[in-house]
Design a protein around this ligand. Structure first.
Ligand code: ADP
Ligand code: MG
Length: 333
């Protein structure tokens, strides 16, 4: 008699919805029990937003920090080790990008309000006045943010009145990091894809061993892609572009990635930047920073962090480093 140890084939389960005000989707492969044990993933990411990261929800730690200094608090504010860890990494990336990544732009982001003005609707009236921009920008700057570890071992944060912190440039990537930790903790999950807006986690190896295929959107032609990333194993992918949250005033495009030097949308000649690396926070923060920096400095920053980078300029020209060239395939559909 022949006995064959037969492993049950992987099941696939899809789920979609909204996380962090953007499109969320997950596909999980594994045993039935494994998939069952991961059904709370989307809820877990919503908790991350509600409890830690949101700039707009009154329940979040970030909101409370901002509110405290807005109300005139002049003393260091105690924060959780979790928020401190994110901030430490972001402060470092900000320093390495010459301030192109700037998490103190909350009031400027609120003034432009791109979340509610996305689309083609033209309107000079949507542009804040130079005076308004000057006012909000007078309170920004990473040098005015102080984070220290007290003698009690706890983390403290201090910002000036009028400054608002905004982790929008990295929140979706952080969600992908949390998703990866969550999946690694579970038994019976072999692989997964989790996408939160422009940030994606591909986790493990696909059941049939084929590479993950991740499409990179064309920044100017809806429903068209620039090409496909072919990736094996676990990676984080983030794209920052000027084509999701924007408005047009005449011929000029106003989009949600701001130049910390001016308070106006970054005008570096790039339309889209995609980063692939082994951390969600890093991929998301770098894609934003490199967008602001432009082609040459953006390339150098990605190399410093050993990240793959793909940039598209306003002429439609693609720029990639060697590690990106090895896995990006241009397509014409
Ligand atoms: P998305 O949120 O669409 O994924 P990004 O990751 O590029 O896009 O982050 C853009 C968001 O980050 C903006 O909506 C704003 O809240 C904030 N932001 C804008 N400009 C900067 C900047 N230079 N540095 C850090 N955060 C920024
Ligand atoms: Mg980003």
């Amino acid at each position: 008699m022949l006995l064959i140890a037969c492993k049950a084939p992987d099941q696939e389960a899809k789920q979609a919805g909204t996380v962090m005000g953007t499109v969320y989707a997950q596909t999980i492969y594994g045993t039935e029990e494994g998939i069952q044990s991961a059904r709370d993933l989307q809820g877990k990411l919503q908790v991350l937003e509600q409890v830690v990261l949101s700039r707009k929800t009154e329940t979040s730690e970030l909101w409370k920090v901002n509110a405290s200094f807005m109300q005139g608090n002049k003393k260091p504010y105690q924060i959780t080790a979790q928020l401190a860890e994110y901030l430490q990494q972001l402060i470092q990336i900000s320093a390495d990008s010459d301030g192109a990544l700037d998490i103190t732009l909350g009031a400027a982001a609120q003034l432009w309000n791109f979340d509610e003005q996305a689309g083609e609707n033209s309107g000079q009236e949507l542009i804040p006045s130079a005076e308004q921009i000057r006012e909000v920008m007078s309170h920004t700057g990473m040098d005015k943010l102080q984070m220290t570890k007290g003698e009690d071992g706890l983390w403290y944060l201090q910002i000036p009145e009028g400054m608002q912190l905004d982790l929008g440039a990295a929140g979706k990537g952080i969600a992908c990091d949390i998703a990866c930790d969550f999946l690694m903790d579970k038994e019976g999950i072999t692989s997964a894809v989790v996408s939160v807006g422009g940030s994606i986690l591909v986790y493990g190896s696909k059941p049939d061993g084929s590479p993950w295929m991740v499409a990179v959107a064309h920044p100017r032609e809806k429903n068209k892609k620039l090409g496909v990333l072919k990736l094996q194993g676990t990676h984080y992918i983030s794209t920052s572009g000027d084509y999701e949250r924007y408005f047009m005033a005449g011929e000029k495009r106003y989009h949600h990635i701001l130049d910390p030097g001016t308070g106006y949308p970054a005008d570096s000649g790039l339309c889209s930047v995609t980063i692939v690396c082994d951390s969600g926070l890093l991929s998301d923060a770098l894609s934003t920073a490199c967008f602001v920096l432009g082609q040459e400095k953006g390339m150098a920053l990605a190399e410093k962090y050993h990240a793959m980078i793909l940039m598209v300029d306003d002429q439609g020209t693609l720029f990639m480093n060697d590690s990106m060239k090895a896995c990006f395939q241009v397509t014409n559909d």
